[in-house]
Design a protein around this ligand. Structure first.
Ligand code: DGJ
Length: 719
């Protein structure tokens, strides 16, 4: 048993970590410890806290305000921001959740309507608390995967009373750290520069990140890390929190009067209120907690392993992915069948596996002004229909992929003309468009059924092997087909609706590879990743920007989850010129593909692409499923570097990029990591042999950069 309950104490033990909490006074779950594993919980751990408890009880007349609580709720004697806030039908806010029972079960119960990690090899503790007067119960779910060192937390609120209760706030997790001398790392960004890392010391009060946009968003990510002040990439303590959710979220840390830090994460309580009717339950999404004693690098590698083993599923889990070409930046909306087929023929000739037809194939869509919702072939562009094009592309030996944006509706569409009430809107108010489109109301069953039927039909008609599922605007003018006292359920109900349609559609096409996208990486989160194994990282395909974006995205996500393409120069987002070899090397840190008109390349460039494609097929098992190490941080220096090492440590692939070239520089040494010091490694390009210890202690001698954005890929094989 990895979860034990002895002398009033729960001990959740994984290979390298322990998470411990007790029942103070037999009533309140109080946090004791989270960190490197301890053999057993001795009385001393409890006694120290009990003393504190007694002191604070006497000082503050039984107040919980000074205790590290596992389930802090507003309305009791803990007066700090907590994880729960409920309003009873008489308008009062009181809540006193007291331990009732617990059970420990093998596996992991599924969360109704929400994706979550698979329960293989897991063990779950469920602690039930009850607020006696209201007959409300709260179940605290703790799941551990002992071999993967991950702890999942979530809660379920159940109303056994006769009257409805309003849930104003229900976070998935709250952890109280005894001392706040830590840093907080979060990711923030924007379109084309997603997920920039920001690290700062904790200070008294509330800090963190959140989004109110109805999607996990371009602007921030449902992920945060608390770090010891001395923590680096390779050393120090890192406590990761990652939410398995795709809607509005909040991830905050509150430092209180005693210098304790309360970290919590979950659905954003802003613009959220759930009517919990008598007999019903509300479930929060999972949050995945992970502790590393060896800095951010070790934390990332453990998250990557967890994602590979428990999040990604289906045919493409733990598999290499086809090399694709997407026509978006090659043609935008300006294409016809001939143009697509000549691009596809060129792609087949250079060893690409999959041709993806992006936006513009349906309705009358010659720009982004119309047709979303009308998933019928545009016979002006494709006179013989989608199936004919798909057959022709298959005939070239390529697989065929298709872009869709199922959640949206254009006001200029047959769907809108037939169902003007199907979009999110407020009666009597102007419907504010964004990218000339409105958002479908996924709380409505008929809307979900329409989407499933229309998209199923298009994918069947197109005989597709791959789908790019896009989403290009956030919700505004919040109004749904719901009663007045449930309007604030829209955000969460939208996400439940989204998960339902994604589950139904992906379930019907188990052999199809799905990639999610939201104006780039605007909904890159673990929730979607449970349903679709890869996500388009960013619309910014500039190689240097991608060094940054992919490097910080890798804090949580493995290369196998990150969509990355080689595009044209000058780059369409930054105007920057970077060498083709660098664009390819950087895209290899993700699910490799192209997004340019190959026909405009020289014969020499096409030869290089052929070579790169061979490389991708050969190296991808290690690039995707090896251990990933960040070596140089492009946010802090003129260089970016990372490497992947196969699990047997016999193969390593290193990528190094210089931003600006500085003339007359001495070649540098790049210290590698993760190799076997006892092995010799041969550089497959130069034939030179290096000791593993030498490469890690002295370093690999890099070429000097004589042009901006030069890169080097080093392939090492043990001899
Ligand atoms: C936004 C995506 O991120 C792009 O890759 C492209 O598919 C466009 N939408 C198409 O409208």
């Amino acid at each position: 048993m990895s979860i034990t309950f002895e002398t009033g104490c729960f001990h959740l033990k994984t290979a390298h970590t322990s998470y411990v909490f007790e029942l103070a006074d037999g009533k309140y779950p109080v946090h004791l410890y989270w960190g490197p594993s301890v053999r057993a919980v001795h009385d001393t751990m409890i006694t120290r806290l009990t003393r504190f408890t007694e002191e604070s009880f006497s000082l503050h007349e039984q107040s919980l305000d000074s205790l590290p609580l596992e389930c802090p709720a507003f309305g009791g004697s803990d007066l700090r921001p907590g994880m729960l806030h409920l309003i009873h039908s008489n308008g009062t806010h009181a809540l006193d959740l007291v331990y009732e029972s617990h059970k420990i079960i093998p596996g992991k119960p599924e969360i109704p309507g929400m994706p979550s990690a698979s329960g293989e090899g897991a063990e779950t503790l469920i602690v039930t608390l009850r607020d006696q007067p209201s007959k409300l119960s709260v179940e605290l779910f703790y799941t551990i995967w002992p071999d993967l060192d991950v702890l999942a937390r979530r809660i379920r609120i159940h109303n056994s009373g006769d009257l409805p209760v309003f849930v104003e706030q229900a976070m998935s997790v709250s952890v109280d750290f005894e001392a706040a001398d830590m840093d907080l790392l979060t990711l923030s960004g924007a379109w084309a520069r997603e997920r920039e890392p920001f690290r700062r010391p904790l200070y008294p009060g509330i800090q963190g990140v959140s989004t109110e946009r109805g999607a996990s968003s371009l602007q921030t990510s449902p992920f945060m890390v608390l770090l010891s002040r001395d923590a680096t990439e390779t050393s120090g303590e890192a406590y990761g929190f990652a939410l398995c959710y795709s809607g509005s979220f909040a991830a905050t840390v509150n430092v209180d009067q005693f210098g304790m830090a309360r970290a919590s994460m979950g659905i954003n309580p802003f613009n959220f209120r759930w009517k919990l009717t008598s007999g019903s339950s509300f479930d929060t999404p999972d949050a995945y907690l992970l502790y590393s004693s060896q800095g951010l690098g070790e934390m990332s590698r453990r998250y990557h392993a967890f994602i590979h083993k428990r999040i990604t599923r289906g045919l493409f889990a733990n598999k290499c992915r086809p090399i694709l070409i997407n026509n978006w930046e090659a043609t935008y909306f300006d294409f016809n069948e001939d143009k697509l087929l000549s691009l596809a023929a060129c792609a087949a000739d250079v060893g690409i596996d999959l041709f993806v037809l992006d936006d513009g194939w349906f309705g009358k869509r010659n720009s982004d002004h119309c047709s979303l919702g009308d998933w019928v072939d545009d016979l002006n562009k494709l006179p013989h229909g989608l199936r004919h094009l798909s057959d022709a592309i298959h005939g070239l030996g390529l697989k065929f992929g298709l872009w869709v944006e199922p959640e949206m509706i254009s006001p200029d569409s047959d769907l809108y003309r037939a169902h003007p009430d199907w979009c999110i809107h407020v009666e009597g108010r102007e419907r504010l468009e964004c990218r000339n489109q409105l958002v479908l109301d996924l709380t409505r069953k008929e809307v979900r059924d329409y989407i499933v039927a229309a998209i199923t039909d298009a994918l069947t008609r197109g005989n597709v092997d791959y789908v790019k599922w896009d989403m290009n605007r956030n919700i505004s003018m919040w109004g749904a087909d719901l009663p007045a006292d449930q309007q604030q359920e829209l955000g969460h109900r939208y996400i439940l609706g989204l998960y339902e349609i994604m589950t139904r559609i992906t379930g019907q096409f188990p052999n199809v590879l799905f990639e999610s996208c939201a104006s780039g990486g605007g909904r890159f989160d673990l929730g979607i990743l449970c349903l679709m194994p890869q996500t388009w990282c960013s619309d910014d395909t500039d190689a240097w920007m991608r060094c940054r974006i992919e490097s910080s995205t890798s804090l949580l996500f493995p290369p196998s989850a990150m969509g990355a393409h080689v595009s044209a120069v000058p780059n369409h987002q930054t105007g920057r010129l970077t060498p083709l070899a660098t664009r390819a090397a950087v895209a290899m840190c993700g699910t490799y593909g192209y997004e340019l008109d190959l026909q405009k390349l020289t014969a020499e460039e096409l030869d290089m692409i052929r070579e790169m494609n061979k490389r991708v097929h050969e190296w991808q098992p290690t690039l995707f499923y090896g251990d990933f190490y960040r070596l140089k941080n492009p946010y802090e220096s003129n260089e970016a570097a990372w490497m992947s090492v196969s699990s047997d440590r016999r193969e390593a692939i290193v990528t190094h990029v210089y931003a600006q070239a500085f003339p007359h520089q001495k070649p540098k040494l790049l210290r590698l990591t993760g190799l076997d010091p006892a092995l010799d490694y041969q550089d497959t390009e130069t034939g030179l042999v290096y000791g593993g210890d030498e490469l890690m202690q002295r370093g690999y001698p890099l070429r000097a950069a004589w042009n901006d954005y030069m890169s080097q890929q080093i392939h090492l094989l043990a001899r």
